[in-house]
Design a protein. Sequence first.
Length: 240
Amino acid sequence: MQKVDPKLARFFDQLPGAWGCKDAESNFMYANEDYAKLIGLNHHLDIIGRTDFDMPCDTVNCAEQFRRQDQQVITANKRLRVLDIHPFAGGEWKAYIFTKTPLLDDNGCIIGTIFHGADITSASTVELGTLLGRIQVGAAQGNNLISQSSYILDKSYGAVKLTERQSECLFYLIRGKTAKEVAQVLGLSTRTVEIYINQLKTKFNAQSKADLIDQAISMGYLALIPERLFCQQLSITLRD
């Protein structure tokens, strides 16, 4: 396994948040103390040589997703931002935004990935700040980009009252997921998700899915995370 540049390791150690890097096979080359504490390791150097399948917390359940994300970063040579909700060390549920970028050697060749995790969990809101930046919310929005500074955890939020399932479906729809993809994430049939989408269109008086997304965003639903998402593990890519 390739060793991390000592200068890069010192850089990670000086920065706030959970930082580290992996090689091209998703083996951990290094991680700082914040990341080690997050996943429950006694010492941050204990992570070297491990994979996401070897972590001492329930993030192992999404290890294959993490590996696919790493490969996407390497193959596309492009940054990836992911919303992760998991029970981390001690079984404590937390929400993080992980930003994954290509790790380059001195010749500019991609040799792995660098990751940075920012804790966005709080008692009543999920603060994203400038990290989340500008989010493209699907084809219906074209090139329009919308800034968000926070997510709200409140099932009573909004002028249109939604059931838990409707709220969950809407959360994924406005992030560009298809009915089939939503069904896979929620463990439902595609037909059931399509029924929820039709219910949402009725509640928002929308003529199409694109119209539904437009109206939901204009009414602030981009800022809503359904409470039940904090009871199931989630690793979802955010659109640039």
